[in-house]
Structure formats: C-alpha cells, structure tokens
Design a protein. Structure first.
Length: 94
C-alpha cells in the first residue's frame, strides 16, 4: 500500500536506495565512501530517518548508475500527502 506521510515517503525512498545499492553489489560503506558521507549518515537515509538534500540524492543516483527519477519512482499516494498542514521549519545554514 502506498504511503501518505512524510515519514512513509522518506522510508520508501530509503528502501529504494538500499535495494538499488544491493542490486549493484555495493556495501553501505562502499556507497558512503563514494558519495563522501559517513556510513552512519547513509544508514540513517536508507532507514528513512533523514531528509537529505537534493544534491545528496543526486550523488547517490550517480554512483548507483541511475537517475533521480528512478530513485524517486516509488508507490506513494501524493493525493493524500498534503491534507494535513505542515509547519515549515527552516534549516539554519552556515
């Protein structure tokens, strides 16, 4: 069944990344090294506990030899995604 919440969306994208990584025969450490990230941070993304920047997704896609659209091509019910208002909390940039 398709997800409808922020958490479900992040989890589905993380699962897609993990699946693609394993299809390529790459370890978590291999992919993390190739995108310039700590293994623990990549694990958090794959577990859907982080909302990484678009550029991080682009690096992951590049190393996995795929596209952003393929990574984001998941079954998700966007029609219900925006029903509850979300409070925007801006990130602090250095």
């Amino acid at each position: 069944m398709a997800g409808t919440t922020d958490e479900e969306l992040l989890k589905l994208v993380g699962q897609r990344i993990r699946c693609l990584r394993k299809e390529k025969g790459m370890s978590l450490q291999d992919l993390a090294y190739r995108i310039g990230m700590d293994k623990s941070n990549l694990s958090v993304i794959e577990n859907g506990k982080s909302n990484p920047q678009l550029l991080t997704y682009a690096r992951i896609a590049s190393v996995l030899g795929t596209t952003l659209s393929h990574i984001l091509s998941i079954e998700f019910d966007f029609s219900e995604f925006n029903e509850a208002p979300v409070k925007y909390v801006p990130r602090k940039h250095k």
